[in-house]
Design a protein around this ligand. Structure first.
Ligand code: 291
Ligand code: CA
Length: 160
């Protein structure tokens, strides 16, 4: 009884050590896989992934495309996330639309889930709601934000 208990423990030890090796291999292969699929269109910031497919569209069409892909339009919550989006903008030399707008109440910019924004990076003088027609948010290569007509076409960047 004592002996068979010991050999069971030894068997379990061998199995745990095999699993540890397999986990290490999986971690290293996943880390390489992430690096490969992120090149050159994606950026990882913490738990969040920003990704462009290179397409342009107006706000509604971009919003729909991101949600069809199981994500949503990029909605930066801090400077690091904004900087990741900025890198994609610079790479493509195209401004993007964020998942932020004041369609519901002029001057109250919200995320797509209706929550008030907790981070912003407006250009000086923005948002100005030019011609009373600017409810969406574009980001320029400087990383700065401008409110802009939702009907304009911008580069898609989704977050997952
Ligand atoms: C000016 C600023 C912006 C405004 C923009 C658009 C341009 O920036 O007043 O606040 O969003 O004009 O109104 O719209 C068109 N149709 O040109 C100019 C450069 C971005
Ligand atoms: Ca504006």
């Amino acid at each position: 009884k004592g002996d068979s208990g010991l050999s069971e423990i030894n068997l379990l030890k061998r199995q745990v050590s095999t699993l540890e090796g397999q986990l290490r291999a999986l971690q290293s292969s996943f880390s390489k896989y992430k690096q490969v699929i992120m090149f050159p269109n994606g950026r990882i910031v913490g738990e969040k992934i920003f990704m462009t497919s290179g397409y342009d569209g107006n706000f509604d069409s971009l919003k729909q495309r991101c949600s069809q892909a199981g994500g949503q339009l990029a909605s930066p919550r801090n400077a690091a996330e904004n900087a990741a989006i900025q890198q994609i903008i610079v790479l493509y030399n195209k401004s993007v639309f964020l998942g932020i707008n004041d369609i519901q109440t002029e001057g109250h910019f919200k995320y797509l889930n209706g929550e008030n924004i907790g981070y912003s990076n407006w250009h000086t003088g923005e948002p100005n709601n030019q011609s009373d027609a600017e409810d969406c948010v574009e980001v320029h290569s400087s990383g700065k934000w401008n409110d802009r007509s939702c009907g304009e076409k911008r580069l898609i960047v989704c977050e997952f």
